[in-house]
Design a protein around this ligand. Sequence first.
Ligand code: A3P
Length: 329
Amino acid sequence: MTTSSPKYLQEDNLSEECKKLLSILPKDKGWVGSYIYNYQGFWTPPRFLQGVIAFQQQFQAEDSDIILVTTPKSGTTWLKSLLFALINRVKHPIFEPNHPLLVNNPHVLVPFLEHDLYIDGRVHDFSTFTSPKLLATHVPFASLPKSVQDSKTKLVYLCRNPRDTFISMWHFTNNLLLHHNDTNSIEEKFDLFCEGVSLYGPFWNHVLDYWKKSIEMPTKILFLMYEEIKKKPKVQLKRLAKFLECPISTEEENCGVVDEILKMCSFKNLRNLEVNTNGRFSTGEAYNLFFRKGEIGDWKNYFTTNMSDKLNHTIEEKFQGSGLKFSYV
Ligand code: A3P
């Protein structure tokens, strides 16, 4: 994978320990690189695996930390921006002309633990972070460091319906591959997704574990759905603020804070900002790859009846009795 894969997945810096582990882990065809590996029951590319292990070994959660957890392509970028705007609304009033969200991509303001801070097994120093720390991860609940599971750290989980999540992932990985004159066939990737072989998948295990934990630990984990935020953004933003113990006051609401946060973090606004139109990660990937359509139901433009039937069947089987229902429109 070293020469043909996108830069952010290149394996030049894999430790000997990680290479040894890879040699014994189950592997399957990758979405971007050659292979994806099954570690502790979930699938991840090698470079991220090294980041996951460093995160597990080194990160010490503090009670005040806030961690956003998602499966890839469920709207992480959007939730990162909403979280940042909400938590920092005193330090950075939303009406401020130089608000950090206007000049930075949300992934820079709310970094991923395994993909940014601990990537390549780095040791990370949090001394420059202000409290509460706003962080993000794709790691399933059972594989989170113990300190995250056992502390009062708050977890905000965002989930999206599996059909749109799949289509978004298929487009995203194809866009990464385009620079390498390659594409993934939708049929092949759909079969892998249904078999559970997707980034941080199986999708259903990821979602169900957090869903169940959010019921068991309602003050620790808030379970949000992309579609519900789209349909009732004010209700969901206020729910988020209440969960994070920074409720929006009537005075703030009357001053238009909720509306302004939603406007600032809207797909249209974020996508059209200069930083997100032309900016790039240090590894070269364009920020605009994270702003494609931002709609519910784009799956309808791609799914055949067979695909719908197949995924329906899997989803019904996996989520039966859980009380969790997805919205596809
Ligand atoms: P689509 O590919 O369906 O357009 P992630 O941030 O987890 O990688 O997810 C990316 C998905 O979220 C993409 O979906 C992207 O367009 C959408 N998205 C990004 N910003 C958004 C926003 N502000 N509002 C709604 N959706 C957004």
